[in-house]
Design a protein around this ligand. Structure first.
Ligand SMILES: NC(=O)c1ccc[n+]([C@@H]2O[C@H](COP(=O)([O-])OP(=O)(O)OC[C@H]3O[C@@H](n4cnc5c(N)ncnc54)[C@H](O)[C@@H]3O)[C@@H](O)[C@H]2O)c1
Length: 295
């Protein structure tokens, strides 16, 4: 018996059955995995075989963990993997019903990609971005379909985290929002709608808290350990803000603070000088072996 497809109503009689994921990195391979697990065909695009293979390897490893924990059968794992096609050629996305872009967080690189996606994908296809901080309105303006551009901000690690912050650009249509909301639910995530604004809601609330924790350290109000302990035990946060900053990457935290600072022209978003100094030193957190903690 053929497996039921997760069909998502985009228009009457037209279902989203395939999805293009651009970028096979941390976020892209996670998005490809959850989409394939929900039954969608996935075309995953990156610039080199090396990155595609690394992405496919991460998916295989993550699914194997579920097999080991008896949350997934081995043949289900193989079926999920078989739904994912990897391509170095952006034209491989010509046939997909929906696109999620998850490439490097760089405005020029993303604008170029949105122009290419606009030229490649069918005119009715929605182009979404997983950007953490770049204006959806700006990305949409690079295309001929600004009404069909939207933000889909997945959280890391994608297979685990339930939230997708759905960001409406100034021109995003209600139809685009509805289709994106349904798709998000169909792949097992919880959509929450926000409007386009620097940092959206997630990073606008999270990053100033992290930045304030760095200020508290900088001013000698507390130690790394005491600041994190207070937020864990007192506020029930699973991880202290300084440990979380190390986990996210201090360069990423600084870049997002700068987006808020420049975007609102408001000194309340001023990045802490200590955060800048750590980034200058190359102490970027877990990924470099040193941040507020040593790894
Ligand atoms: N890592 C996180 O915690 C997190 C959370 C939420 C959102 N995001 C956002 O997701 C996006 C991706 O982040 P990531 O952490 O997965 O990055 P990453 O560096 O792990 O992966 C990015 C991938 O994009 C590929 N790429 C770069 N330019 C490309 C191009 N022109 N064409 C095709 N592929 C290209 C790279 O080769 C790489 O494999 C960013 O916009 C980031 O802000 C990241």
């Amino acid at each position: 018996m053929p497996e039921p497809r997760v069909g998502v109503g985009r228009k009457e009689g037209c279902l989203i059955q395939s999805i293009g994921v651009v970028g096979a990195g941390t976020m892209g391979n996670g998005i490809a995995q959850v989409a394939a697990r929900a039954g969608l065909s996935v075309v995953m695009h990156d610039v080199a075989d090396e990155f595609l293979n690394r992405g496919l390897g991460a998916i295989e490893k993550s699914l194997q963990r579920d097999v080991d924990k008896q949350r997934l059968l081995l043949d289900e794992k193989q079926t999920i993997i078989s739904r994912i096609k990897a391509t170095m050629d952006v034209s491989g996305l010509a046939g997909v019903d929906f696109v999620v872009e998850a490439i490097t967080e760089d405005l020029a690189v993303k604008l170029d990609m949105f122009k290419r996606l606009d030229a490649t994908a069918r005119p009715d296809v929605i182009l979404s971005s997983n950007t953490s901080s770049i204006s959806i309105t700006k990305l949409a303006a690079a295309t001929s379909r600004p009404d069909r551009v939207i933000g889909m901000h997945f959280m890391n690690p994608v297979p685990v985290m339930k939230l997708v912050e759905i960001i409406r650009g100034i021109a995003t249509s209600d139809e685009t929002f509805e289709a994106t909301r349904k798709l998000t639910e169909a792949i097992g995530k919880t959509p929450v709608e926000v409007n386009d604004s620097p940092g959206f809601v997630s990073n606008r609330v999270l990053m100033p808290m992290i930045n304030e924790a760095v200020f508290a350290l900088y001013e000698g109000v507390g130690t790394v350990e005491s600041i994190d302990e207070i937020m864990k035990l007192g506020m029930n946060h699973p991880m202290g803000p300084l440990q979380l900053a190390d986990f996210i990457g201090l360069d990423v935290c600084l870049a997002i603070m700068n987006v808020l600072y420049d975007g609102f022209d408001d000194s309340k978003y001023r990045p802490c000088p200590l955060l800048k100094k750590y980034v200058d030193a190359g102490w970027l957190g877990r990924k470099t072996g040193r941040g507020f903690y040593q790894y």
